[in-house]
Design a binder for this molecule. Structure first.
Ligand code: FES
Length: 141
């Protein structure tokens, strides 16, 4: 049911933890399952130098966070904002259909952290102009 990559990232998640004095922090929750994901970004010159996550959630959410953080590390903020949940699922080699929403949480948590960074630095990140963190609650299925 789960690919080896999913199991690997679930059992040995990369980038777990938090960053003190992070430049951007984002948290999103899934209203139905109650899972919560928090992303911390260390950004220098618009490059994501470090990223950490804390996920209180299902295995797929943990694997998605782990993969998503790996995918944006070292990237420019404008590249990172384009990371879609589809790209995370692809990198994981697929997720069962009922678990795809868990990867959406990762995409939204990253966007939320980037939005926080943009707010703090008075920057406009293309694609986040209309982002509203208050609305980023996702329901399962
Ligand atoms: Fe809630 Fe996966 S994120 S079930």
């Amino acid at each position: 049911m789960y690919t080896e990559t999913v199991m690997d990232h679930f059992k040995n998640p990369r980038n777990v933890g938090n960053i003190e004095n992070a430049d951007g922090v984002g948290q999103v929750g899934n209203a139905k399952c109650g899972d919560i994901m928090k992303i911390y970004l260390k950004i220098n010159d618009d490059i994501i130098e470090d990223v950490k996550f804390e996920t209180f959630g299902c295995g797929s959410a943990i694997a998605s966070s782990s993969m998503a953080t790996e995918l944006i590390k070292g990237k420019n903020i404008n590249e990172a904002v384009e990371l879609s949940n589809k790209a995370v699922v692809e990198a994981l080699g697929g997720l069962p259909p009922v678990k795809v929403h868990c990867s959406v949480l990762a995409e939204q948590a990253i966007k939320s952290a980037l939005y926080d960074y943009a707010q703090r630095t008075n920057k406009v990140i293309k694609g986040l102009e209309n982002f509203n963190p208050e609305e980023e609650e996702h329901s399962c299925h």
